[in-house]
Design a protein around this ligand. Structure first.
Ligand SMILES: O=C(O)CCC(=O)C(=O)O
Length: 285
């Protein structure tokens, strides 16, 4: 498929049906967006990072919490949970973030000037892969940026279903406002907090074949369950923000998260620094 379209063509833009589903529910899904071969390129890079064949900042690598807490033994890929800010260090992931099949609908939602925020690759390995609690990604972004809406895309590297830990969403919860998020206890991935007010019975499983993409409003309540199957459930998550958004100044400049240019104009005074190319990996990373 020729995906290198001129940006003004925008052949993957939102349909009116998707737009009204989005407005009502806070997400929508497309099937067959990426081929297995295209996703295999990302999978191979992530696996190479997991086994140390490709360098990546160790601060951006999260082990499975059960392995970390020595509750189960696993190594290599099977000890992985996720890596984050991947598109800041791997050109193939940066290309994916800028792929019009992901960005055309985002331009319809956020406008023509887009920046890429966090970018994750999640393994959720067979049997021990852990889920994520109910949360709203915007709770996290609100500590870093001032803006009305940000948009996430969730690409299925493998088919995802209730057995291997697919996403669950609460349709319409993007209209709830931002709920309180609290710490988790136990062997969990402790980088995530839980929105305890979310009602589990309102959750809808989003089962998808590999290559499908879920676009979601970052205020949408979502979670995922543990992987009880013998299959992997891998995904790539890319978050977008309008370049018109403003960064909230941080005292500690070392902890400023990198923001990647995606498309359109930039407003450096609001968001500096903005990167156009992948960053070098230093020895201290
Ligand atoms: O892929 C998953 O299991 C959940 C990911 C998620 O909730 C997130 O990235 O915010």
């Amino acid at each position: 498929m020729d995906t290198k379209t001129a940006s003004e063509q925008r052949k993957f833009r939102l349909t009116p049906e998707e737009r009204s589903f989005w407005d009502e529910n806070g997400y929508f899904v497309r099937f067959n967006v990426f081929t297995k071969e295209e996703n295999d390129v990302l999978r191979q890079i992530a696996d190479d990072i997991a086994v140390g064949k490709r360098s990546f900042p160790t601060t951006n690598i999260d082990q499975n919490a059960l392995v970390r807490d020595e509750k189960v033994e696993a190594s290599g890929i099977h000890a992985m949970h996720k890596i984050h800010h991947v598109s800041c260090y791997c050109p193939e992931f940066l290309d994916r973030v800028r792929d019009p099949r992901l960005t055309d609908p985002v331009v319809d939602l956020l406008g023509p000037d887009l920046l890429g925020l966090n970018n994750l690759y999640i393994w959720k390995v067979p049997k021990i892969g852990l889920g994520f609690p109910w949360h709203q990604d915007k709770w996290y972004f609100n500590h870093q940026y001032k803006t009305e809406m940000t948009v996430g895309t969730w690409t299925a590297i493998d088919a995802a279903d209730v057995d291997n830990g697919c996403l669950y969403v609460i349709p319409g919860s993007h209209k709830y406002g931002i709920l309180k998020h609290e710490d988790l206890e136990g062997s969990q991935q402790n980088e995530f907090k839980i929105a305890r007010e979310a009602k589990d019975e309102e959750g809808v499983a989003v089962e998808v074949p590999l290559g499908a993409v879920v676009w979601f409003n970052n205020q949408l309540l979502h979670k995922s369950t543990d992987n009880h199957s013998l299959r992997f459930r891998r995904c790539n998550v890319a978050h977008y923000i309008s370049a018109n958004a403003e960064r909230i100044p941080k005292k500690d400049s070392k902890n400023i998260r990198p923001v990647m240019w995606v498309t359109g104009e930039t407003y450096a005074e609001k968001m500096a620094p903005i990167y156009r190319d992948v960053l070098p990996i230093s020895d201290s990373d």
